[in-house]
Design a protein around this ligand. Sequence first.
Ligand code: GLA
Length: 386
Amino acid sequence: MDGYNSWMADLRDHFVECYGAAPVVAFAPGRINIIGEHTDYNGGLVFPAAIDLGIAAAVAQNNSNRIRVWALDLDETFEFSADQILVPLAEGGWRNYIIGVVAQAQRQGKSFSGFDLMFGGSIPMGSGLSSSAALENSVLLALNQLFDWEFSRLSLLQMAQAAENSFVGVLCGIMDQYASMLGKEQQAFVLDCQQLKADYVSAALEGYEWMLINSQVKHQHAESGYNSRRQSCESAREKLGVQSLSDMSLPALEEKRALLTPNEYTKARYVVEENHRVQQAYKALQTQNAEALGQLLFQSHTGLRDQYEVSCPEIDFLVDLAAASPAVIGARIMGGGFGGCTLNLIDQNKREEIQDILAAYSQRFGIQAELIPVRIAAGARIIFQP
Ligand code: GLA
């Protein structure tokens, strides 16, 4: 067992104490994304990696038809019947993730009896590190093992995405679930979200390290803001008559610009440019060109702030401080947006100077931001089984 996951042994022991049965325990990680934001649902390129923080789900059958769930970190429980037709709950919060993934298995014709499920995690919620995908994937992987469903990993992650789309109501793309399920130790990968083809590459840069700064801002409008960006892209795509925005070249987009509203044009242009940045970033990482990679991160942030409009003042402040810091050679907002974390590429020899960023942030907003070192790790896995 990895040194950092002894909390999962505690989860298993707690489960045994409470339910008197030895559970299957599955872990699924969150992710970082080096570059390629809001491109996944536009059929484009993303560049994520799984990290060592995530969620573990413990499950065992309970000889009844009840599904009993305990969210340990929130200390909240709820239960429902394994026989009922599942629909999302109004104001269901985390419960809809669970109902959602169980419903996907139901829809695929899988039968199951009642079970107990307990889950907990090491990942900050709502900070853009994909705690949602980690929850969906950990529960699905654990149930797949418990009931011998024999779904492939690809099917499981697609079920996780479907659960989030139709039960949680976030029209997310495939990046988070894919990275959480199929990430590899020490590797990031460029994923073509149309072909679902991944190209893995070492995420290490000699002399540099990846670091997250959690702004601690959790925006209320994240879901509606996300979905409305997606709608703008969809209407742009329809007007342009292409299968996906990522099929457009910049000159082709310019030529058809008159078909679009200014908002649709700006969003579409961002997508085309961001796809291009992913390709350049992949080359920069392969050739160990840290400076070039850092510049691409800053450019991506500018696009997300001014064109895609998913940043916020706190995050912009953190990125501006990063740009002025000798310790940071690249930074940007990461994930869906409206708050969460910035991703920073740090010069190892100057890492102490990062503290100045936190101090200035606290002075300006009265918020204590959190530094989170990135450790790139393997995707979802079974940790214990009876
Ligand atoms: C969220 C979604 C992903 C992706 C990112 C933005 O994390 O879950 O599918 O769209 O936002 O890149």
